[in-house]
Design a protein around this ligand. Structure first.
Ligand code: SF4
Length: 263
């Protein structure tokens, strides 16, 4: 069973400058927190500093409004960055309200998302999310979601069609200002090469283990930093280790650079 652990709560400033709750939610059973946690907390603090120095904290196109973010995340799976941005814009233009979307046919929705490489299943998911949100909260669910506790929000989000823990944590981090740490494929790959995760972990295992190693209050900076790094430098097949600002921290990268130098 997946357990949601609330690590702590305090009040401070967001990256955007506004007040927020730094409620930290992790999908980590406390009995499984690694004994070397202190080492990794410091390690990821250094990694975060370097990535922020290098790239800042760029926008990945996410939304402050949780409902827009839910659909943005739902459309992002297995498509490219530019595709899902465009698909989301088209969908939003054609179906501006939840009622419009919930009352559309799957065919109508499909006609908006097909160019983004998405099919019938995703169209049904998108409509299903709209129907469920309308049924539970009416036309303005964002207001309701902001009033719920972390546990309640997480349960609502993971109860929506096709939304798993990673998607729920993304919505909580990007739109509801929680200090959650979603682990996507880029994040998992880079963390694995840096030595923080064992190779060949299943995604849910990575999602369970990694958040406990992330310094409090830095989840969003690090998540975005690792996503950007994974897309531009730590590429899946040919990581550009020689150009990497993390190479001195990365056993995999050091081995690779040494091997390339000997070839
Ligand atoms: S050194 Fe190479 S493997 Fe390590 S993080 Fe950088 S690009 Fe990835």
């Amino acid at each position: 069973m997946i357990m949601v652990e609330v690590r702590g709560i305090s009040f401070g400033n967001t990256c955007n400058g506004g007040p927020m709750s730094l409620l930290t939610v992790q999908l980590v059973p406390s009995s499984k927190i690694p004994s070397r946690r202190t080492y990794w907390l410091k390690f990821f603090s250094i990694v975060t500093d370097r990535l922020v120095d290098e790239n800042g904290v760029p926008s990945l196109g996410n939304f402050r409004d949780p409902i827009q973010e839910i659909f943005y995340i739902a459309l992002s799976a297995r498509t490219t960055d530019s595709q899902y941005r465009k698909t989301h814009r088209t969908l939003r233009y054609k179906f501006p309200t939840l009622t419009d979307l919930a009352s559309a046919s799957d065919e109508d929705i499909l006609s908006c998302i097909r160019d983004g490489g998405l099919g019938k299943k995703r169209a049904a998911q998108v409509r299903g999310i709209a129907v469920e949100l309308l049924k539970r909260f009416g036309e303005n669910p964002s207001r309701h979601l902001r009033r719920l506790s972390a546990r309640e929000v997480f349960d609502v989000l993971t109860g929506l069609p096709g939304m798993g823990p990673k998607s729920a944590l993304c919505v909580m981090m990007y739109s509801l200002n929680y200090d959650t740490f979603p682990v996507d494929t880029n994040v998992q790959r880079v963390a694995c090469r840096l030595g923080a995760l064992a190779p060949r972990l299943k995604h849910w295992q990575a999602q369970q283990r990694l958040p406990a190693l992330i310094p409090e209050g830095r989840s969003k900076e690090l998540h975005i930093g690792l996503v950007v790094h994974g897309r531009s430098v730590c590429l899946p097949r040919k990581p550009r280790c020689r150009d990497c600002i993390l190479v001195d921290l990365c056993k995999y990268g050091k081995r690779r650079v040494t091997k390339e130098a000997m070839e």
